[in-house]
Design a protein around this ligand. Sequence first.
Ligand SMILES: [Zn+2]
Length: 253
Amino acid sequence: MMNQVEGLKRKLVKAHKILYMEGVREFIMGHVSVRVPGENLFLVPGHVHEIGGGIEDVSLEYINVCDLEGNKLEGELPNLEELVIHTSVYKNRRDVASVVHAHPPMTIALSISGKTILPISAAGIYWGVSKPGAVALLDNDWPFISDQKDARELIRALGKRRAVVHRGHGMVTVGRSIEEACITAIMIEHTARMQLLASLVGQPKVFSEKTIRNWEEGVGKHVLENNDIWSYLENKLKKWEAGKIPGGPIPPL
Ligand SMILES: [Zn+2]
């Protein structure tokens, strides 16, 4: 198990840096977790903000091993305040191997207006925005998820979906792998950006159900495989860290 846990920890560290690079963040916040296969355990960063860190500072020593009740079994830092997001998803969704919680600005801005994310872009419709309502909106006048009551509302809103947006707070995405949960988060933030831009000049137009079905089963499936996108993001991270992408990769709104 040790080698497997070490490998997952390394992937988690990279996942946090990729989310930061792709703008799936607001200020310092966000966390990715992963289930340890075959165990009632998962890996998740500790409370890096307590030592002045942000999502981009997550490193191997800051990743805790927790059980599904939220008890910390290993790790230097205290647990996250929003740990219940991760424990409640793992307990309620056996199909989920990885959870992302983040506070990305475009997604939050859209949620504040009471709008859900629409199936308007090629990348979005394959990655969780396959119809209106595919990304749930939790609208409960409370900007945090830290106790069992908050978690119950989150789980109810998420249902069997890949993602839920909590109004004025952030998003939770889930996946069968770290890659899938993270790419879904990135694509939802990307779609929210497109939707906001389109809304400035008119009513965003959505793809029809038939088009989306054909896309998902055909070209979309082929061109948007997990591995292709994740390899691209890993390479982009290397270039970014080497200073080869001047000015940062996030285009301004
Ligand atoms: Zn949060």
